[in-house]
Design a protein around this ligand. Sequence first.
Ligand code: NAI
Length: 338
Amino acid sequence: SFTPQMEAKNSVMGRENCRAKGGNPGFKVAILGAAGGIGQSLSLLMKMNPLVSLLHLYDVVNAPGVTADVSHMDTGAVVRGFLGAKQLEDALTGMDLVIIPAGVPRKPGMTRDDLFKINAGIVKTLCEGVAKCCPNAIVNLISNPVNSTVAIAAEVFKKAGTYDPKKLLGVTTLDVARANTFVAEVLGLDPREVDVPVVGGHAGVTILPLLSQVKPPSSFTPSEIEYLTNRIQNGGTEVVEAKAGAGSATLSMAYAAAKFADACLRGLRGDANVIECSFVASQVTELPFFATKVRLGRTGAEEVYQLGPLNEYERVGLEKAKEELAGSIQKGVDFIRK
Ligand code: NAI
């Protein structure tokens, strides 16, 4: 009898032979937490990305179902599924890019920091796997609280002797997508024409939109600045409350993660001027990690840009952001060191 698994296996082998004969090899991408709310949509979007040749979908539940489903899309990437801790190493071996949306999401009334207890351990385990099986891969970390989990990942990699600060990227793209959307609404523009730098971190007051640097150059009234800053900082909570217990942003997050991953892959390919905001190791402030615009290249975040001129409102916001960020980063460091 011919099972769907055999069919998948045969088509994988056939296509890999085909690829071995020439053409663009593409990149190998793993998604850890692929069966989750973000993970499933992100798997779909990465299967559609022409820069991906091999897509590894890993989760502790339901990975085979998501894999079988996505594998029927007639796009180029070959898809393989991996279920449970025993298959983590196979999922990671040989990967160029590892995207991590594994972990629990918020429910109404929770802060991202409330997720720390569960997600810190998940991120630690997964990053130990990365250090062992694909130490040169770029890591896109989505699991919250990003302000702490990036520090956790860095400590894991340092312990393993594999830490390359350019390759560890906290994903803040959704904050930028929201900022572009809300600002475009106020300005009456198409969001695709708007570029809002969002710096700092990924939680509440640490999310700092720089409205003075919006492109195209725009001015806002004090009440517009107040409204936009609050809405951008609380965009996640807006979704958590609307979903009323069913989780946090998954669709817009998968979109944002796919956009950021695509930028990382274009950087790896050697494209010029690939610039995105990301929470990375940084000397822009006195903090060890900070989100700003970065230039993505063949080795990861090759250039971390300065903040540029801030107005008084933004300078006050920056001090608040730094105060909270310092504690969140330290909490992540302590989780591994203590
Ligand atoms: P979800 O609960 O729908 O999915 C999480 C998935 O992770 C599940 O399939 C689960 O089985 C899996 N998982 C749990 N432990 C795992 C392990 N040890 N190894 C591999 N997979 C494991 O959650 P959702 O909505 O997809 O959110 C995932 C994470 O992304 C949450 O921490 C959430 O806070 C965060 N998030 C981050 C955003 C950002 O802007 N960076 C925005 C939205 C959510």
